[in-house]
Design a protein around this ligand. Structure first.
Ligand code: G6P
Length: 612
């Protein structure tokens, strides 16, 4: 949450910072701002709204500077407004700072500062931290770096901060704990950002800063230290990402691009791992830990949002194939109760961004208790990937649209391969079933491609129901989590209230909502529950609900009960969720667009939730 970017070097900083903010806007977009330093003159500009509004506001301003920091905000402390936007300036005007995270003990520090005569121009925890630093610097007459180090020892919470000092015209000081920071190393220049997307255009050499590290960044020098003032050798990583991957490539929205990329992202996820001809799955993270995975007494899956829905699908798949009990936990709940984690339990963490604060902290807690952590992560080099003992990347490429699409199908592909690997080595499935599922999985990209060819059919359905006030999504078995995901997607992108339910459980409550105005989406592909879900359709039809069914090609019964159908290619029930979710992504996308919503940046949401 919140995107931060910085530049120090010979080029003009403003265009680099502005472009970086646009790339990071998925992290928050309620206000944005920049601090530019030119010959020791510090200028701060900030504006409520999206980065485009800041850009308009900056027209005609003097933006020449070789050092700059910028921020795009997702509000925590204080409503979105010009005055709460970052950067903040210290009381004496000497320092400017941007911050991603939350300072939990800000109220206490604010009190102390107020007693010392400080007053505040914003409602933010960031301004409090900045003035705390300023106060320490003045009191100790020390360097900014030293003051920051002292301040951070008193602070609880999460942060990634960038600081500039008008008395030090070429240095950016950065620090992180719990919120990501990447530093791009160029020739005589450095770039700082929340992720690599603002950096990739200029350099592929990056340093991922770790928690409790401080970076002193000048054009020709990068010094990393810990909070004890000891130097740390920066570890340079080469980015494996192309600029095209973070651009829209001719699509109207990133979300649509990402939906349409799925045949290739799923293919990339399977490539080099699954070989149906030789009947093998090769995944280093799994192969190296197979004994531990096979012997697991229990698997606990921890995630949030869409990743949590992938976890629910995995629960069904792993229990069926591996016969290992699986429990799925919301990370935010897991971290605050006193969960029982026993020796022999395996924890799978699922995260697109690899930075979700609740998931990260839940894992840290489980790790302290001795649990083995397996990460299923999309963002390479992210915090969750780094704290996991082992893992497998989903290889979906950068996902920019706030609503997760291609990362979800990547997660399902990885988790299914994982379950198959464990199952065959454990002997809990037959060679024949294993081989059949390998072939089915290998065929998924082609089937997704076939679904996408009929995308316009969903546009027609979206047109009919775009003004509905509620939606119900129903599925059974492997498709129950897909019903939840369909409802979440619609809520996120169209602001229509939607609920996902197990189709049979619907009788215990949601059926009261059904009337001739309620669209009910059935995920009713041909599986072992099909006859049962047909009965559930009858129940809705009898109450005059409008039925939209996602069915398997060749199903002759469902169309007679439905107002609209969308057919997908036949697939084994275990594989079907990777296909049945695609029409639901498209239905949400088209509904959102028809309602005039900015689907890549729906209100109040952020892609990477780095606050709890
Ligand atoms: C946010 C995003 C969702 C995402 C969730 C979990 O709410 O808007 O799309 O599913 O965070 O994020 P993660 O990066 O951990 O998968």
């Amino acid at each position: 949450m919140c995107g931060i970017v910085g530049y120090t070097g010979p080029k003009q900083a403003y265009p680099i910072v502005l472009k970086g903010l646009k790339r990071l806007e998925y992290r928050g977009y309620d206000s944005s701002g920049v601090a530019l330093m030119n010959d020791g003159k510090l200028s701060v500009y900030k504006k409520k709204g999206k980065v485009a509004e800041l850009e308009d506001y900056m027209i005609g301003k003097d933006v020449s500077a070789h050092i700059g920091i910028g921020h795009t905000r997702w509000a925590t402390h204080g409503e979105p407004s010009d005055r709460n936007a970052h950067p903040h300036t210290s009381a004496n005007g000497r320092f400017a700072m941007i911050h991603n995270g939350i300072i939990e003990n800000y109220a206490q520090i604010k009190n102390e500062l107020t007693n010392k005569g400080y007053s505040f121009t914003s409602d933010t925890d960031t301004e409090v931290l900045l003035n705390f630093i300023e106060n320490i610097q003045q009191h100790n007459d020390c360097s900014l770096e030293e003051a920051l180090r002292i301040a951070l020892k008193r602070v609880t919470g999460a942060y990634c901060i960038l600081l500039v000092d008008s008395e030090d015209p070429e240095t950016i000081i950065a620090a992180r704990k719990g919120s990501p920071l990447v530093i791009g190393v160029g020739k005589g220049e450095h770039f700082l950002a929340s992720d690599a997307s603002p950096i990739i255009e200029y350099t592929k050499e990056v340093v991922y800063v770790n928690d409790y590290e401080l970076a002193i960044v000048k054009p020709n020098e990068l010094i990393l230290k810990n909070l004890g003032n000891e130097k740390i050798t920066p570890f340079i990583t080469k980015l494996d990402m192309e600029l095209a991957a973070i651009e829209k490539g001719g699509y109207d929205h990133f979300m649509l691009k990402e939906i349409f990329e799925q045949p290739s992202t799923i293919f990339d996820c399977l490539r080099g791992r699954l070989d149906a001809v030789s009947g093998t799955i090769t995944m280093a993270g799994i192969d190296q830990h197979i004994e531990q995975l096979k012997a697991a007494n229990r698997i606990l899956i921890i995630a949030c949002g869409t990743s949590w829905h992938a976890a629910l699908v995995a629960e069904y798949v792993i229990e069926e194939l591996c016969r290992i009990p699986v429990e799925v936990e919301y990370a935010s709940e897991f971290r605050y109760r006193n969960p029982i984690v026993n020796k022999g339990d395996v924890i799978i963490a699922i995260s697109q961004s690899g930075e979700t604060a609740d998931t990260l902290v839940a894992l840290e807690k489980a790790k302290e208790n001795g649990a083995f952590i397996f990460g299923v992560v999309n963002a390479v080099g992210s915090s969750i990937a780094r704290i996991s003992h082992a893992g497998a990347y989903t290889h979906a490429g950068p996902e920019i649209g706030v609503a997760s699409t291609k990362a979800f199908t990547g997660q399902l592909a990885v988790l299914t391969m994982m379950a198959l690997s464990i199952a065959i080595q454990k002997g809990s499935i037959t060679q024949e079933r294993y081989q059949q599922l390998l072939t089915e999985l290998q065929d998924v990209p082609e089937k997704v491609d076939a679904i996408l060819k009929n995308a316009d059919e969903l546009k027609v359905i979206a047109e009919v129901y775009k003004d509905a006030s509620d939606f119900l999504f129903l599925g059974r078995g492997y498709n129950f989590p897909i019903a939840l995901e369909g409802a979440l997607k619609l809520k996120e992108i169209s602001y229509i209230h939607a609920e996902g339910y197990p189709a049979a459980e619907m009788k215990h409550g949601p059926i009261a909502l059904v009337d001739e105005n309620l669209p009910v989406v059935f995920i009713a592909t041909k599986d072992s529950y099909h006859e049962k879900i047909i009965s559930n359709m009858q129940e809705i039809k009898a109450r005059k609900g409008k039925i939209i069914s996602i069915i398997t090609e060749g199903d002759e019964v469902s169309p007679g009960l439905s107002n609209h159908v969308f057919s997908i290619p036949p697939a084994d029930e275990l594989i079907a969720p990777i296909l049945s979710v695609i029409p639901l992504q498209l239905l949400s996308y088209y509904t959102g667009v028809l309602k005039g919503i900015d689907v890549d940046k729906p209100r109040n949401l952020a892609k990477s939730v780095t606050v709890e």
